[in-house]
Design a protein around this ligand. Structure first.
Ligand code: GLN
Length: 543
């Protein structure tokens, strides 16, 4: 008896549909229900792995190796639950399945049509999630905004599902109410239009989440109710707040769970959000701060700075910092500055910790390498994530081990010292032009070396972490680099691949081939981020 809740967005993107979905999920699960979430992305890419981060934002990776939208990360963080391939769907996947099936004669000679065959495939996928997870609620976030051509077919699937299961399907519209400065008044018209658009697809929202800079007042609530054909109680006021982790509590102040339970006709225990209340209180009362510099290159779009490309890194920093009682002050540092401006390096001293996150290609890497050297030589806590670990290895090889011009073959295929290189299987993928879904992906085991900073941080000997990369530490150079002082703190036991490098005699200098940020949760900060932030806090305190 799974119930399905579709969540769609109105007026514009970026208003927090993903966080709204995740928060409703957190509320329902705190009432004792099993919840699963599905993200639908209407684009034709089969997964998110082939897109540029500036275009798409972070590519999240699940345990089973799916490269997907960052919203899956929000769901995992809010539900404190691992999600899998089945929790993510794109138009590309759906069409590919239907076309493959047609080629295999599985439609038995019928004309295969966009409607009903595509929506049927969509519905089938959602029902399989329900079956596999035995969820009481499956929440489905439809990407994009109401009124777009791209996501229409998913609304059609939602409508068909509601038709066949009227008492088990609900629609939530997350909409935006602008308060134009020259008017000084909140306007409901764009939301009215969004609802009309939904109506045109045969869908009436059951609940409207009214996003705005400020809370909704009674006259606005009434207006939305009348013009959008909905009860006042079903309009949830959702003003801007400081932290996304306050959203579950704020939704529940508006009694969202009671609305959902009433509509489905179920009796349920009241949600217990005590841990969310505590977290929100904790966040709002932090006084001391630590300054963390993230050296990246995926954040400039025209005149605007985007942090979406590194969202899990940011969240992981916050989780660890909050648990240590400090407020993280995150600064974006453009890698290319360090290539052109000598003074920029010295400014790194102002930070309590430096992170070099994941990345691809040659742009900015020399700047990152210089910054890593500065952090190493000046005892600034350093944490390298994936590409950050590879570049730390290159820096060490060049400066400490004397391997001049050491590089990754990703950037310099002819380097004399390829300390980072591909494995054979990846050579084949590259030669064949097979780039989609073909990196080393998903959860892999890692054996930790006793006595290392990483092993102490985890307090365990074997861990699993998520990967997404094509290049690796080249074992040909392992002995030489170890002799020069590089510590190999973690190794993949099955394939003997280096997963963690460290340095001794440094407050914190750790690089991981995997992406620890993907497994950090608000109530369970990641051990390595925790250790990194602790070192950063110590530096901040000693200033
Ligand atoms: N570009 C590197 C590789 O493919 C690192 C990837 C990453 O940082 N995710 O191996």
């Amino acid at each position: 008896m799974t119930r399905y809740i579709f969540i769609a967005g109105g007026v514009m993107s970026g208003i927090g549909k993903g966080v709204s979905t995740a928060s409703i999920g957190a509320i329902l699960s705190s009432s004792g229900f099993r919840v699963s979430c599905v993200k639908i992305d209407p684009y034709l890419n089969v997964d998110a792995g082939t897109m540029n981060p500036v275009e798409h934002g972070e590519v999240f990776v699940t345990d089973d190796g799916l490269e997907c939208d960052q919203d899956i990360g929000n769901y995992e963080r809010f539900l404190d639950q691992n999600l899998y391939r089945a929790n993510y769907m794109t138009s590309g996947q759906v069409y590919q399945t239907v076309i493959d099936r047609e080629r295999a004669l599985e439609y038995e000679g019928k004309c295969v049509e966009t409607v009903p065959h595509i929506p049927e495939e969509i519905i089938g996928r959602l029902e399989r999630v329900a079956l596999r997870t035995k969820a009481d609620f499956v929440l489905i976030e439809i990407g994009g905004t109401v009124g777009e051509y791209q996501n229409l077919i998913f609304f059609e699937a939602a409508r068909m599902m509601h038709l066949s299961l009227p008492s088990r399907v609900l629609f939530v519209l997350v909409s935006y109410l602008p308060v134009p400065e020259m008017l000084g008044e909140m306007k409901t018209k764009p939301t009215q239009h969004a609802v009309r658009q939904l109506n045109a697809s045969g869908i009436q929202p059951d609940i409207i989440i009214a996003r705005s800079t400020v809370p909704l007042d009674l006259p606005r609530k009434r207006k939305i109710a009348i013009f959008c054909n909905i009860r006042e109680a079903d309009v949830i006021s959702a003003p801007d707040i400081k932290s996304i982790y306050e959203v579950p509590v704020n939704f529940e102040k508006e009694k969202i769970s009671a609305r959902i339970f009433e509509k489905f006709g179920i009796r349920a225990q009241k949600p217990d959000l005590a841990n969310w209340v505590r977290l929100a209180r904790r966040i709002s009362t932090l006084k001391k701060s630590v300054s963390i510099g993230i050296i990246g290159k995926y954040f400039a779009t025209g005149r605007f700075t985007l942090s979406d490309s590194y969202i899990s890194v940011i969240e992981a920093i916050k989780h660890a910092a909050w648990s240590l009682g400090v407020r993280p002050d995150i600064r974006w540092l453009d890698a290319e500055h360090f290539e052109t401006d000598k003074r920029a390096l010295r400014e790194l001293n102002a930070h309590d910790g430096i992170i070099v996150p994941g990345g691809f290609g040659g742009r900015g890497i020399e700047g990152k390498i210089r910054a890593i050297r500065f952090a190493r030589e000046n005892s600034i806590p350093f944490f390298g994530l994936c590409y950050g670990m590879q570049l730390a290895t290159i820096e060490f090889a060049r400066t400490v081990a004397g391997l001049k011009n050491a590089c990754t073959t990703e950037v310099d295929p002819k380097t004399a010292h390829p300390v980072i290189a591909t494995m054979e299987e990846q050579e084949k993928n590259i030669a064949a032009g097979k780039f989609g879904g073909s990196m080393r992906l998903g959860a892999q085991p890692c054996q930790l070396r006793k006595g290392t900073a990483s092993q102490r941080a985890y307090g365990e000997n074997t861990i699993t972490e998520r990967h997404r990369h094509r290049y690796e530490f080249n074992n040909r150079f392992r002995e030489e680099l170890e002799r020069a002082g590089l510590v190999i703190a973690g190794v993949n036991p099955e394939r003997n691949l280096v997963e963690i490098v460290e340095l001794k005699k440094h407050p914190f200098f750790v690089g991981t081939q995997f992406h620890p940020e993907l497994k950090s949760r608000p109530f369970r900060p990641h051990p390595l981020f925790h250790a990194f932030l602790r070192a950063a806090r110590k530096r901040a305190e000693s200033k």
